[in-house]
Write a protein that binds this ligand. Structure first.
Ligand code: PMP
Length: 450
């Protein structure tokens, strides 16, 4: 399109015909303003992920900041993906509900866990990863502008933009850490139920429960879930139960599905992820399990957002679930993650640092308040304005010992960020050799501890 008169700033004329201006255009990089929801949803802020991105860190830095695996999916699941790619039908559109084979496989695995004979036509929805399912389509389906969604802090950072993009208002309720005991665990991050009750207003529509929890590793107890359920019942709330780490529960801790508590099936949407379960986060296959009253509107939203999730990898996820039991996959996976967890936490034990021993998921929160750095240490500009010292501690650890982590304050709203600010999140979804190397490097922190 031709520039309009106001876009052109005449600067110099050659004085011959009066028309030969050397034209200089105004900055046109933001000609049409973008929607304010991007800003409100913190989607444009320079976030912690871009600051702690590998490109900003030493090239050999071991990345325990981001929660992606550095090992492949199981061979038999990869083989199933290859077969699906070699088959014509599975390269084409799926039904927006998801491929029937995958819905059947979800029913087979999750029906007994939920104590229900799941209806594959009306109670299961396949999504493009839990992100699209949890975060987007359910909010699109249920939120009216101004509806409030309660989330426990620290929270998985996708919740916020997805609520805001759909007109919702996030309401934050912090988990309170008390790690003063002998051997603190993720269970020492507690909900103040009076605070939770006070956060509920006539506009509250939904509450997000994430168990096992990212980043705390907390596995919500039956008692905690019963209390949340009672509030949901009292105030007629939908519970979004994000259980993408449901297969990673350690120390014989019980993973309680809130949908199984009395009366809760009717108001709960349970979220799962093939990406987490089969170490295939890039496949973008997830699912929702809920009553038809929740799945029907969510399916309508999903159909308009992505139409359907990718077909061949749905097929592979189906094979994964179909064979999960006969291959003893879950027990083996927990065993492997347990070893990874121990490799990392032993390094913290050796340093004498405080951390909360995670009972679920693949994150450890380390108390980094004892880390000290030289006064004139050259921190980058991007950290200067961020106020909280703990971003700097994470940066310092990454630069000096070559292991990156993520400051937990990033998973809180401004008002509450001091609650978890002395913790850094380390992900242990890496092979044991990498974790051993990280553990060795971390010992170099000793000289910076006070
Ligand atoms: N919920 C939580 C708590 C997560 O940690 C993640 C991934 N980091 C997701 C949902 C998204 O899962 P998916 O990759 O299947 O979209």
């Amino acid at each position: 399109m031709a520039p309009s008169a106001t876009d052109i700033l005449p600067t110099v004329s050659n004085g011959t015909n009066g028309f030969a201006h050397i034209k200089k255009y105004k900055d046109r990089s933001n000609l049409v303003p973008f929607a304010s929801r991007l800003k409100d949803g913190r989607a444009l802020a320079q976030d912690v992920w871009s600051i702690f991105n590998a490109v900003n860190l030493p090239s050999d830095c071991i990345n325990l900041g981001q929660g992606y695996m550095n090992f492949p999916p199981p061979q038999w699941v990869k083989d199933a993906a290859g077969e699906a790619l070699a088959t014509t039908a599975t390269n084409h559109y799926s039904h927006p509900k998801g491929r029937l084979r995958l819905r059947e496989a979800i029913k087979k695995v999750y029906g007994p866990l939920l104590g229900r004979d799941l209806d594959v036509e009306n109670e299961i929805q396949v999504t493009s990863g839990a992100n699209e399912g949890t975060l987007y389509s359910v909010f699109t389906a249920f939120l009216e502008p101004g509806d409030e969604v309660i989330m426990f802090e620290p929270f998985f950072d996708q919740y916020l933009p997805s609520v805001v993009f759909n007109g919702g208002v996030p309401v934050y309720v912090p988990l309170h850490p008390d790690l003063s005991g002998e051997r603190p665990t993720s269970d020492d991050w507690k909900i103040d139920f009076d605070e939770l009750a006070r956060a509920i207003t006539p506009r509250t529509k939904m509450i997000i429960v994430n168990t096992p929890h990212n980043p705390v590793g907390k596995v919500f107890t039956r008692e905690e879930l019963e209390k949340i359920a009672a509030l949901a019942e009292q105030h007629n709330l939908i519970v979004m139960s994000d259980e993408v780490y449901d297969f990673l529960v350690f120390d014989n801790k019980e993973h309680v599905r809130i949908a199984t508590l009395p009366g809760m099936w009717d108001r709960t949407v349970t979220v799962g992820s093939a990406g987490k379960l089969f170490s295939a986060t890039g496949w973008r296959v997830g699912w929702l399990i809920a009553p038809a009253s929740i799945i029907r509107p969510t399916l309508a939203a999903c159909t308009r957002i992505v139409f359907c999730s990718n077909s061949p990898l749905q097929e592979a996820a189906a094979v994964g679930l179909e064979q999960i039991e006969e291959r003893g996959y879950l027990a083996q996976t927990v065993k492997e993650y347990d070893e990874r967890r121990l490799t990392l936490t032993s390094a913290f034990d050796k340093l004498g640092m405080t951390y909360s021993h995670p009972e679920g998921s693949y994150f450890v929160l380390l108390d980094i308040s004892s880390v000290h750095w030289p006064e004139n240490y050259p921190f980058p500009e991007s950290l200067q304005g961020r106020g909280r010292d703990f971003n700097r501690a994470c940066w310092f650890i990454a630069m000096e010992v070559g292991v990156s982590s993520i400051p937990v304050s990033e998973f809180y709203c401004e008002e509450h960020c001091s609650i978890g600010e002395s913790y850094a999140r380390f992900a242990f979804c890496k092979d044991v050799d990498t974790l051993k190397q990280a553990a060795e490097r971390l010992q170099n922190l000793k000289r910076f501890l006070r």
